[in-house]
Design a protein around this ligand. Structure first.
Ligand code: MG
Length: 149
């Protein structure tokens, strides 16, 4: 399946909401962002299971910057949709929603936002909503993907 991940407060912390992977001082200097503990392993496990992993964010970070950060942690994703592309695409489809993963052929979207959960019900797309404080977020995601698939 095509699985997309949100960035802010899902994979990348906004503050101190979850534990993070180790990052060197040099990496920080080069603009590598912090990432949630377990992200690399989760994404690589899903890829080993045959899923395609994408990033779907409403942030205006450039795709290059996102790839740069992910690469540092050994994460390779297929497609990155940032807010520039999201806005343009949803507008052209006349969809009034912050996110609509189906517009990009994403089968399941993973996000921390309850608002996205409500949009998922309204627009009939599949979303897994993960609490920022959920320490067993990796297991939750794996389990729900199995249930959906
Ligand atoms: Mg978020």
């Amino acid at each position: 399946m095509n699985i997309s991940f949100d960035l802010d407060s899902t994979l990348i912390p906004n503050g101190k909401e979850f534990e993070i992977e180790k990052r060197s001082g040099i990496a920080k200097l080069f603009g590598i962002e912090e990432i949630r503990k377990g992200s690399s392993e989760l994404i690589s496990d899903l890829q080993k299971d045959g899923h395609k992993i994408h990033i779907y964010t409403t942030s205006f970070r450039t795709k290059r910057k996102i790839r740069w950060t992910l690469k540092y942690y050994g994460i390779k994703v297929d497609r990155i949709v940032n807010q520039t592309e999201n806005e343009r695409t949803l507008k052209s489809l006349n969809i009034n929603s912050s996110k609509f993963p189906l517009a990009f052929d994403f089968d399941i979207h993973i996000d921390d936002s309850k608002g996205v959960g409500i949009e998922a019900e309204r627009l009939n797309f599949k979303a897994i909503i993960v609490e920022q404080s959920d320490k067993s977020w990796v297991e939750k995601i794996k389990k729900e993907i199995k249930n959906i698939g």
